[in-house]
Structures are given as structure tokens and as C-alpha cells.
Ligand binder design. Structure first.
Ligand code: GLU
Length: 297
């Protein structure tokens, strides 16, 4: 690892309480940060107020505390940082790297080919009559070239955003800045050196890397943890009632997260989550996870 002082983060969206999959991301990012004697931050990704479940941000933070996942510095809330995203957006618009788009979803579906992430935006509004900026979505101009990500667990990941995704939305028609833009602005602002999160976000990483290049921001290292899936290969979501995270018995839950992450287990049951971390932090290894993008629970 480089000499830059390690800064990691856990960035939950408050769309429900902590579930097993998000606890895996919290634990993986925490262990990696603490193993490297780094700082570990929590950022509440509450940009999209329409998806927010009232009370879930506070519930997530109290679950983290119950698991002795103690964060450093103040929790930041994306909903309070709109001006930072607006500034980045202005920078992209001023450089002609972004443009307003009035295409409806239906119109896009009718014209677009389907890529790995859904319809590939066919570039309809990229040139010609540009619609009003204030009342439409804003898309980023993509370039037809591969972006390579060297992931610490998943290895080399390659994506051509232009041919696989198309120009993507960085501010939505309802005025909310998109996740891809906000995450890049915040990772840079918080000086994050290492992003550790679930493998469902691996395919977003080239878009984030591209945005970092355009905005002149440093690129963190990436580590995408295996995703917890059910028997049919479906990602566990916050809606899954069958796998609630139980902070009332934190040690049992944390032992199952360690087992999921293929970490060694203590010979005796630790008395507290703190004792469990004392055991697990020095023994954190990413090698057993190499190349694993999902694991059944
Ligand atoms: N807020 C995102 C989520 O809960 C995670 C974003 C990230 O870690 O980059 O899925």
C-alpha cells in the first residue's frame, strides 16, 4: 500500500435498516481500514429523499454502534452537500462535458440497445436542439474507450462506458444529483484512499473513475467484496425479511459476517464485539476472497 494515510468509509443509503449485505460492506471496510491503522468514516447517502425511509439513518448508526463499529470524525449527510455537487456539475457543463436531456424513459427504451446495465442511451440530446437546463436531466458525455479498474479482490475490470452504458445521468430531472456524481465528489472531499464496498458496485466504478479524471480528482484504490446472494443468485436487499441483522446478539451476527468474508474465526466465542474486533483486525486477509464476486448465504 502507498504512503498516503489510509482513509476508508462506509456509505449506506437510509432506505431501510441495516441488512446482512450492508453489514458485510460495513465490516469489510472497517476491518480493512483498522488493519491498515487507518481512519474509518461513515457517510449517509441520503440524496434521494423520495427513497428515504424516515428514521432509518438513525437506526443504521445505532446498529453500527451496537456492533462496535465506531467511526472517526463526523458523519456526513449528502442531503446537506448539494452545493458541492452543483459546483462539480457546473465544471462539467462549462467544459462541454455534460448536456441537458429531455428524453423520456419510454423514448429511450424505444430507441436504445440493451446493455449490461439496461438501455444504452443513444445520445439523442447530445447535439442539436438542447433543452432547458433547469427543468431537464443532465447527462455526462462518455468517450469510446475502455476504462480499467484494478480491484484488490476482483482483479482487472474493464468497461467502455460509451458502448456499454451510454452518456449517463449526473443530475436527475427531479433535480437530485445522481449517485455517480455525488460519490465521486464526496470520496475526494473526504480524501478517501480506499473504497471497500459490495461487488454490485463494481460496474459503477469505471463511471466513477471517468468522472474523477474529468474533474481532476484523485482516484482511490477499490476493493469490491463478494455479494451475499440467496439460493437463486439474487442479491439480498433491505426488503429481505428473511435475513435481518440482529444487533441484540452482535457477536453471533458478526461471527457469521466473518465466516462469510472467509476470515479465521476465534477458537473461543469472544465476549463482546470489541473483543471480536481485537481478534479479527490483525488477521484481516483479502486473499481468500480473490475473484469471488458473490457467495450464497
Ligand atoms: N450508498 C450506496 C449503497 O448503499 C453505496 C455507495 C458506495 O459505497 O459507493 O448501496
Amino acid at each position: 500500500m502507498s504512503a498516503r494515510a489510509y482513509r476508508g468509509r462506509f456509505a449506506p443509503s437510509p432506505t431501510g435498516s441495516l441488512h446482512f449485505g450492508s453489514l458485510v460492506a460495513a465490516v469489510g471496510s472497517f476491518l480493512d481500514a483498522r488493519h491498515h491503522k487507518g481512519v474509518w468514516l461513515v457517510r449517509m447517502e441520503d440524496l434521494d429523499r423520495t427513497r428515504e425511509v424516515p428514521g432509518s439513518a438513525a437506526a443504521i448508526l445505532s446498529s453500527l454502534e451496537a456492533f462496535a463499529l465506531h467511526w472517526d470524525e463526523e458523519v456526513i449527510y449528502q442531503s446537506r452537500r448539494t452545493e458541492h455537487y452543483a459546483e462539480a456539475l457546473q465544471q462539467l457543463l462549462a467544459a462541454d462535458l455534460a448536456y441537458p436531456c429531455s428524453c423520456s424513459r419510454k423514448a429511450i427504451r424505444q430507441r436504445a440497445e440493451i446493455g449490461p446495465e439496461g438501455p444504452i442511451y443513444p445520445g439523442t440530446c447530445r447535439s442539436g436542439n438542447q433543452p432547458d437546463i433547469a427543468t431537464n436531466s443532465i447527462r455526462l458525455v462518455t468517450q469510446d474507450r475502455d476504462i480499467l479498474i484494478e480491484d484488490r479482490v476482483q482483479g482487472l475490470f474493464r468497461q467502455n462506458p460509451a458502448t456499454e452504458i451510454g452518456d449517463f445521468v449526473i443530475r436527475r430531472v427531479d433535480g437530485y444529483h445522481a449517485y455517480q456524481l455525488a460519490v465521486v465528489v464526496d470520496d475526494a472531499w473526504q480524501k478517501i484512499t480506499d473504497v471497500v464496498r459490495g461487488a454490485d458496485l463494481l460496474s459503477s466504478t469505471p463511471r466513477q473513475s471517468y468522472l474523477q479524471q474529468l474533474l481532476g480528482l484523485a482516484q482511490p484504490r477499490y476493493l469490491h467484496l463478494p455479494l451475499a446472494v440467496d439460493r437463486s443468485g439474487r442479491k439480498l436487499s433491505k426488503q429481505d425479511q428473511d435475513r435481518p441483522v440482529e444487533p441484540k446478539d452482535p457477536v453471533t451476527t458478526l461471527l457469521s459476517v466473518l465466516a462469510f468474508l472467509q476470515q479465521p474465526l476465534p477458537p473461543e466465542r469472544p465476549e463482546s464485539p470489541e473483543a471480536l474486533w481485537q481478534w479479527a483486525i490483525p488477521r484481516w486477509r483479502t486473499e481468500p476472497l480473490r475473484g469471488t464476486s458473490s457467495r450464497e448465504l
